[in-house]
Design a binder for this molecule. Structure first.
Ligand code: AVJ
Length: 324
């Protein structure tokens, strides 16, 4: 007869606004059209991403999971006691759940852009850990990470930011630095960042991970057009585009694009129309890859010292623990 207290959900930190619709439209009207990767994650997109994580070709999730599983105690030993655990982009909180028993945090804050998905995730965490304070924050933290007030409620509990999965790769290196500096600004003296980054490896392995045989990644990429249709009242027809992924060695990133199969035009709401020529690309995602040294240099340039890191036997993925 445990009455479940609903987890606190902070939605004050904004849902799509006029401003963001403007940005989305602006990106689509550039000579090189682009859609920010954050638009992938509607309900269907979250589900497709969960499926991607289970694909044979998509090595990052299982490689990182193995690094965590094999080093959990060693990593935990480096973290402060009575911490506040902040999961950035928590999704279903599956990764966080695996840390709770060993860390026994004072509270868990899940941050995600997908609001309803977040609420059910936080409820699930609260059900499994009735003593734990669980807070969901609906926020596009890539644009405005500001958890200062929330963290200040517990001045005695140092924040540990958990940013797994190599989502940092979505940022271009300079933007990644700005974002890491914002995290650093939340850390205080005892705060930490536990972050996963995908590492440079042969092109064929990278490209297969973003263009799987079953077409799940293609469906994930094309689904962003349905999101844009709803967001802008646009009329993209996903079947007129095809999925394309390639590794750009010069920029050290996998790029995902949607390529127009034929010349056609798309309405982007009431007063705007964009023409796409045959083979014209819409850029939908960058996924930057680093060497171990490059990623530690990025952390250092962001004011974060990395004294410990862990990897797999092939050096395919890195987990880094950083502190101000
Ligand atoms: C969630 C950003 C880490 O870049 O690998 C997976 C997203 N895109 N397959 C990645 C993604 C295509 C993923 N991140």
């Amino acid at each position: 007869s445990l009455a479940l207290e609903l987890p606190r959900l902070e939605t004050a930190l904004r849902l799509p606004t006029q401003d963001e619709r403007q940005q989305l439209l602006h990106g689509l009207l550039q000579p090189q059209a682009r859609i920010d990767s954050k638009y992938f994650y509607d309900d269907l997109g979250c589900e497709l991403f969960t499926n991607i994580c289970q694909l044979d070709e998509y090595y990052p999730t299982r490689t990182e999971a193995r690094i965590f599983a094999e080093n959990r105690d060693a990593i935990a030993a480096q973290l402060p006691r009575n911490l506040q655990w902040i999961d950035l982009g928590c999704g279903d909180c599956g990764k966080t759940l695996q840390w709770l028993n060993v860390l026994q945090p004072a509270r868990v804050i899940g941050v995600d852009i997908a609001g309803e998905f977040l609420q059910s995730s936080m409820i699930a965490v609260a059900q499994q850990h009735p003593q734990l304070e669980c807070i969901g924050v609906v926020n596009d933290f890539t644009q405005h990470l500001d958890l200062h007030d929330l963290l200040a409620e517990r001045p005695g509990n140092p924040p540990v930011f958990f940013y797994p999965g190599s989502s940092i790769g979505n940022f271009e290196p300079r933007a990644a630095m700005r974002f890491l500096r914002r995290i650093r600004a939340h850390c205080g003296e005892h705060g930490r960042l536990l972050i996963g980054a995908d590492l440079i490896k042969p092109k064929a392995i990278l490209e297969a991970a973003y263009d799987d045989a079953r077409g799940v990644t293609a469906a994930f990429n094309l689904n962003v057009l349905n999101v844009v249709n709803r967001e802008l009242d646009a009329d993209f027809q996903p079947e007129r585009f095809r999925h394309f992924a390639h590794f750009d060695a010069a920029h050290r990133r996998v790029e995902m694009h949607l390529v127009a199969k034929e010349k056609h035009s798309v309405s982007l709401g009431r007063h705007t129309r964009r023409y796409f020529g045959t083979d014209e690309h819409i850029l939908t995602e960058y996924s930057h890859k680093y060497s171990l040294d490059e990623f530690r240099a990025l952390l250092a340039a962001s004011g974060l010292r990395c004294n410990h890191y862990w990897t797999d036997p092939q050096d395919w993925f890195g987990v880094f623990l950083a502190e101000p």
